[in-house]
Design a protein around this ligand. Structure first.
Ligand code: G4P
Length: 297
């Protein structure tokens, strides 16, 4: 699903999320583990205010494990619990309920000490398109078919999915928009498949991907493309790929644009292996240097 985000859509999305926020104790912010910064909503903290939050790094099966752990540590240092999961295969699901319980533990303890029995924790999933919100909900539904019924008196029925013993999850996620202002973020969203259409110039996306991999994962890149040295110009790489794979235009010249599409498609399929495109260390450098205005990788 591709959503074109216009100001009207953004205001509506924000309104819908704000309505749902009233119903829940905890937010599960879903991001792509390969790009936890680039796949987050720029206004999330402002939108959810002080609501308790767990960051779920989904698609952890596709990310660089070491970097994913660095992200978990990075968030922990800021008092934000984060868990890595693979919703597609249902791996790490138990960590979600645990993290929510830990967040609510103090409140529930207070209630118990006053003789009250804590009710189930209510949570909702929030995230930009394509981070795996529906996959995660389906995964949780499959395991827990028992849904609580519609609550009488509520005009717009909300369905809650029981997860484990202590958690109830809203069955529809909140959808927010990605960051737009930074072109590199757009490239990373494209390289991970979060943006699938032609909003971006594929030759530029391929060029960015190649340079990024050369800088951070040179061995994986060289092994994938079977090269010793990466040619300096993106067009040289595209010409090489076109030659090798027989991608020519009707004049028998290399078709750069189709070669770029092929490269981007293969990067999305992780043909170069598991890599991460956002690093917490870059974020810190950006914070120090320019407040994140001119981030660079
Ligand atoms: P959304 O609701 O947040 O928009 O995302 P959705 O669940 O539709 O998931 C988007 C794509 O991500 C789906 O691929 C889904 O299978 C994939 N996905 C979700 N969770 C995981 C995960 O943990 N690991 C991996 N590797 N993939 C995951 P799709 O529908 O096949 O789309 P496509 O991107 O493959 O074309």
């Amino acid at each position: 699903m591709t959503i074109q985000w216009f100001p009207g859509h953004m205001a509506k999305a924000r309104r819908e999320v704000t309505e749902k926020l009233k119903l829940v104790d905890v937010i599960f912010e879903l991001v792509d583990a390969r790009i936890p910064y680039s796949s987050s909503n720029p206004m999330l903290e402002e939108i959810i205010h002080q609501k308790r939050r767990v960051i779920i790094l989904n698609k952890a099966d596709t990310a660089d494990e070491k970097v994913t752990q660095e992200w978990i540590d990075h968030f922990a240092e800021r008092g934000l619990p984060a868990v890595a999961v693979n919703a597609q295969e249902g791996k790490g699901m138990h960590k979600i309920e645990r993290a929510a319980e830990a967040l609510m533990a103090e409140k529930f303890e207070r209630q118990r000490s006053r003789g009250m029995k804590p009710r189930a924790i209510r949570a909702m999933i929030l995230g930009i398109p394509n981070v795996g919100k529906s996959t995660l909900i389906n995964r949780l539904v499959k395991k827990n078919i028992a849904k609580t019924g519609n609550k009488p008196g509520v005009t717009k029925a909300q369905q809650w999915i029981k997860v484990g013993k202590t958690l109830e999850l809203l069955d529809t996620p909140g959808i927010l928009w990605p960051k737009f202002e930074d072109q590199r973020v757009g490239y990373k969203l494209a390289l991970t498949g979060a943006i699938k259409d032609d909003l971006l110039h594929m030759e530029e996306v391929a060029g960015f991907g190649l340079r990024f991999l050369e800088a951070h994962y040179p061995e994986k890149l060289h092994h994938w493309l079977q090269i010793e040295v990466l040619p300096e110009e993106t067009t040289e790489v595209l010409a090489m790929i076109a030659e090798r794979r027989g991608i020519f235009d009707r004049y028998r010249d290399p078709d750069y644009s189709r070669a770029a599409e092929l490269l981007v498609r293969e990067m999305r399929q992780e043909k170069m292996g598991r890599v991460s495109f956002d690093f917490p260390s870059d974020l810190l450098v950006e914070d120090d240097a320019d407040g994140g205005e001119n981030s660079s990788h």
